[in-house]
Design a protein around this ligand. Structure first.
Ligand code: ASN
Ligand code: ZN
Ligand code: CA
Length: 340
């Protein structure tokens, strides 16, 4: 007999977190029957064979974490369950964010869960969504720890939401919008957890950036990473999608928070506009609702930045009315990143 019970985890980045685990006989597994049966496995340093992606041959399923009690992990890498706790918690927070904020029933919108694999490969500084599941590397252990923070779990699973809605093609400007969507909702997931150990901010990956605590990207001032643009140009489409996302990230930050300097999650943020304007933010909740509606109702596989402006203006009109403060702020924020 399989029973859902309340458990807890000692995570790497989010402290002690509640988990729903599954009792099977005298053992408990890291599997959540209340959120689509989501579970987490340990691939123990293995990697998939090259045929995995093409033919689904040689893919590593990993071993589901199992415990004699309802508590998992120790809060450090000394216990290999700890990274699994973060991954499972990240799935839970992401699931709840989409459910309670956007009324979306899981990544696929049909109540089906996904699953997580942790400890993938050796010194693997990445994490990815492959259409059905999440895979997380441990980082190199020197500059980066395991990539299982809330913003990255939310980022990766949001690729699944994009794939199942707008379907933004992963190259050119639509690729930048795809990446920006993942940074936007990954960040909203981080805020939604309201976790004292990992407070919301607009940095992506700061928790596992062992040396600088700055992460890979920042949305208030994308140029800070040395590769992303703050402002749209005719060259934006030629950039790697993780850089062309800068334009969309900067738009979203300005829309939500405005252009003035402020401290968010203990981190100083400031967001220079491209046209010298001052933008007043409408708050994260309204900005996220507008982006979600633009993504799921108006954007399609080939949407460009100019078309994303129209999509989000339409979404803001639907939600708040033509000529509303919110719709006017959408126009001002796009103009502030040189998208007209
Ligand atoms: N971590 C990368 C990303 O989500 C890997 C990928 O799927 N492109 O952008
Ligand atoms: Zn991504
Ligand atoms: Ca963050």
């Amino acid at each position: 007999q399989i029973v859902n019970v309340d458990g807890q985890g000692q995570s790497l980045y989010s402290g002690t977190v509640p988990l729903q685990v599954t009792q099977s006989g005298s053992a408990y597994t890291l599997k959540d029957g209340t959120r689509g049966g989501t579970y987490t496995t340990d691939v123990n340093g293995a990697t998939d064979s090259p045929l995995c992606q093409i033919l689904q041959i040689g893919c590593k399923a990993g071993t589901t974490f199992s415990s004699p009690d309802t508590s998992f992990g120790s809060g450090t890498n000394a216990n290999r369950e700890s990274a699994g706790v973060d991954a499972q918690y990240g799935t839970n927070v992401t699931w709840d964010y989409y459910k309670f904020v956007h009324g979306r029933n899981g990544i696929f919108g049909n109540g089906t869960g996904s699953f997580n694999r942790v400890h993938y490969g050796q010194n693997y500084v990445n994490a990815f969504w492959d259409g059905t599941k999440m895979t997380y590397g441990d980082g190199d252990g020197v500059n980066y720890g395991p990539l299982v923070s809330l913003d990255v779990t939310g980022h990766e699973m949001s690729h699944g939401v994009t794939e199942n809605t707008a379907g933004l093609t992963y190259s050119g400007e639509s690729g930048g919008l795809n990446e920006a969507t993942s940074d936007i909702f990954g960040t909203m997931v981080e805020f939604s957890a309201n976790n004292a150990n990992d407070p919301g901010d607009y940095l992506i990956g700061e928790e596992f950036d062992l040396k600088n605590h700055a992460g890979f990207r920042r949305m208030d001032n994308p140029i800070a990473d040395g590769s992303s643009p703050n402002c749209w140009s005719s060259n934006t489409k030629n950039l790697d999608v993780h850089y062309s996302s800068g334009v969309g990230n900067h738009f979203f930050y300005l829309l939500a928070e405005g252009s003035g300097a402020k401290t968010i999650g203990g981190v100083a943020h400031s967001s220079p506009t491209c046209n010298g304007s001052t933008v007043t933010g409408i708050g994260r909740d309204a900005a996220a609702k507008i982006w979600y509606r633009a993504l799921t109702v108006y954007m399609t596989s080939g949407t460009t930045y100019a078309q994303a402006r129209t999509a989000s203006l339409n979404a803001a009109k639907d939600l708040y009315g033509a000529g509303s403060t919110q719709q006017n702020a959408v126009a001002a924020a796009w103009s502030a990143v040189s998208v007209s």
